[in-house]
Ligand binder design. Sequence first.
Ligand code: ADP
Ligand code: MG
Length: 243
Amino acid sequence: MIELKNVSKWYGQVQVLNNCSTRIEKGEVVVVAGPSGSGKSTLIKTINALEPFQKGEIWVDGVPVHDPKTNLPKLRSRVGMVFQHFELFPHLTVTENLTIAQIKVLGRSKSDALAHGLKYLERVGLLAHKDKFPGQLSGGQQQRVAIARALSMDPIVMLFDEPTSALDPEMVGEVLDVMVGLANEGMTMMVVTHEMGFARKVGSRVIFMDVGGKILEDCSTEEFFGHPDGRQPRTKEFLHKIL
Ligand code: ADP
Ligand code: MG
């Protein structure tokens, strides 16, 4: 579904991705972990071409992201993304947030978009809030709307960048529950998170990044958590701090 081949990226002189390669199969849930500044956000943003990269190749469902001829808006419409800070449109209602991209980007009719959006809003348990504005919802509810909005586009893969990091602790669970449900339904997912409980429960693989944008580990969840002795010293140090 996703393939990265020797991807490198620099901001000026500073290298932020260093020869990153990995493959993500359909239905896999890949957790991306690592210290702050190691390039986790940059890595997942290269996949839907929100961040350009100077070297290497990325393929998403057979589409070459690195090819200047690729229709990037079309690619992005097929790759769902959920950020730390929800990024809902504050001046639009929940329903409008759910339908606007379906109408403007996918060209769906208003009623089609509405049916789609409300189906996913129900999925995340928020149908009763459809006419509210984002500011009237809790952080956890806003993030669930953001997930429903991404799902409404019928993405082939979902990318999450620390979706629970900005939430009050009591709201983390409701967002993770939605993500666990998605994973169990077979959605292909790449999730940057420090939630190692989630990683163990539904992750099929863990990618661990180190400062300088290097992929230090890329192994199954069982291998990652079950064989700490086989890990790199930097990984062990990190796991000690967060577990
Ligand atoms: P992480 O998500 O793992 O915390 P990021 O991908 O956000 O890491 O950042 C990786 C590195 O790239 C960091 O050193 C960060 O300072 C740098 N960086 C991120 N965005 C920019 C930018 N727009 N300009 C320059 N440097 C950046
Ligand atoms: Mg980040």
